[in-house]
Unconditional design. Sequence first.
Length: 464
Amino acid sequence: MDENLKSPRLTEMICENLVNTSFKDLSEWNVKCFKDRLLDITGCIFGGAIVEDNDVLTSLAKRWGGAEEAPVFLKGFRAPVTNAAMINCVVARSNDYGNMFMHVFEDRIASHLGETLIPLGLTLADMYGVSGEELITNNVAAEDLTGRILYTFVNRWPFDMLLVSTAAAAEAARYYKLDAERTKAALSYAATGSTDPANSYYDYSQEFKYHNGESARCGIMSCELAKGGWTGLKDPYFGHWGLAVRDTNGEMPPNYERAVSDLGKVYFTEESFKVFPGGIPNTPATIAAQKVRAMFADRYKISDIKQVEVERSELTNYNYYSDPFTYPNQINALFAYRFQACCALYYGTVKVEYVQTKSILEHPDLIELAQNATMGVYKIKEGEPRIPGMRVRVIMKDGKVFEHTEPATSMHTYPTREFIIGKFMNQFNAFGKLPKSTADKIIELALNIEKVSDMREYTSLLQI
């Protein structure tokens, strides 16, 4: 190992880069991608605002009261910044519809940073009145720091979730104007206080989104403690029992030295957008179902379907998406191949309003279709591309069969601006409590956010 990178030097270097990064250091791609993701996550805030089980959090925040430091978006009140940020991040994650996947060097790595970083950034931007350039820089610098640490992980998914609080603390540190030493102290508390959603995906628990909110709150508290003079760890990631070396018996991971390559020259961020609400692995199954529906829509009705068969490629790993659609509620719907495919067959697509528990319960024929669907595995034939994918087959009562196979590469196709705007508008309209003129202004500002001098011009549009 390069002695100049011996722990804690690498962690010190990424902290120094975090606090020293300026807007001019970012690439045109960093800025463009952030603006697209800002509009994307803003849409998710509107879509998440219709999820009824989040009401318990807003009720608690109102009951607790406290300093009116920051806005609780779309709820009509302000709260202490820790509570406001926590709720805003939970809401943004609620339909599992936000951008994800870090792209670090040649690796695309599963991550869920955006649904915390962007709502947290907007919450703090309102509190501090920063510019659009500062909003972008604070977010991108925090993502880059987190992505470089994640790149060193030997086991990345689902352990990427342990770094969401790190990302939140890194972003908050820039708003708090912490120096590199204080930032490392803040990251110490974020690393040791990190949480992960554990088995919430298999067990259909709200913990999958509460994790994002608690990570935001942890990030803010970590910075408050560091600002107040609390000391941190020598190296919270690569030191003794550090977060990145827990699975290596304390040995430095293979990618350790490369993690700081092009530091300050290249900034890594998330860059994959979801086409439908729910986990991104659903994408090929849902698209396959849409294409099957197009084959029979002019000749058959949903009631003519005898059986829906959903299959994953032999190269697609088994996970919770393959489990039956057992519970007719929103969380099960977000993480079930069979529901997502049947929803697309039923409606032609999957929208946030279609996956809400109330809507699902109002359509017992959709529930029956999804609960009776089967799940299997298809073999890739000789000569066919050996890539993961999903297949949907529909058997009609008259014996006619329709099927389509969709490659999993569709998960990472970068969308057009038209798609991003359309996705935003669908969720804005699902919320349905603000005029279209507000949506038009949000779109205009989001796509030109670097020109905004005070971010409260933007965040005021997320308040009712």
